[in-house]
Ligand binder design. Structure first.
Ligand code: AR6
Length: 180
């Protein structure tokens, strides 16, 4: 699987599936979640309400992932996942790792060949950015992916976050081939 780091807006990614950094309610919020619902239109919220009325009456637990239509977005699906809120007292990194793994699993089930992730938990949920990048890259590089030609893209919102992600990747693999 090819791993890409790009600067940009998750709502503008032309991939099979984009991942939403949602909350358990699945009913919207700020940051990535707000942007996805705003740009994707009401169809996504309708699909999320249907999930709450059906399989997830109590909401989506942190670390899990579920897909809906992408509405008006250029992507084919939105995969909603719920990151953990950062805690200094409790190590929740397995939950954060699970968000990436479960999203990839759902994407594979859908037959998606390309997927774009935001940096889950690194905004409103206050996860330290470098560690959020380290966990994201570790999962994206090790997760089983049925399609060897598939692409996983990590979309960074700020230039300094992209620079940090490139540093982290280079520190673990050597210079990154073919980055945008
Ligand atoms: N495209 C790509 N990245 C973005 C965008 C965008 N349009 N907007 C922000 N980021 P966050 P979380 C970056 O807060 O920490 C919501 O209210 C941002 O700079 O979206 O998992 C939900 O409903 C940061 O690096 O997600 C939840 O309640 C990263 O995306 C809660 O926030 C994640 O920031 C989830 O918080």
């Amino acid at each position: 699987m090819r791993l890409e780091l790009v600067l940009g807006d998750i709502t503008e990614q032309h991939v099979d599936a984009v991942v939403n950094a949602a909350n358990s309610s699945l009913l919207g919020g700020s940051g990535v979640d707000g942007a996805i619902h705003r740009r994707g239109g009401p169809e996504i919220l309708r699909a999320c309400r249907a999930l709450r009325a059906g399989a997830y009456p109590n909401g989506l637990p942190a670390g899990q992932a579920v897909a809906t239509t992408a509405g008006l977005l250029p992507a084919g699906w939105v995969i909603h996942t719920v990151g953990p809120v950062y805690s200094e007292r409790e190590d929740r990194s397995q939950v954060l790792r699970s968000c990436y793994r479960e999203s990839l699993r759902v994407a594979a089930e859908l037959g998606a060949r390309s997927i774009a992730f935001p940096l889950i938990s690194a905004g409103a949920y206050r996860w330290p950015v470098r560690n959020a990048i380290e966990l994201a890259l570790a999962e994206l590089r090790s997760a089983p992916w049925p399609d060897a030609a598939g692409t996983a893209r990590l979309v960074l919102w700020q230039p300094q976050t992209l620079a940090l992600a490139r540093d982290v990747l280079a520190a673990t693999t050597g210079p990154e081939p073919g980055t945008a």
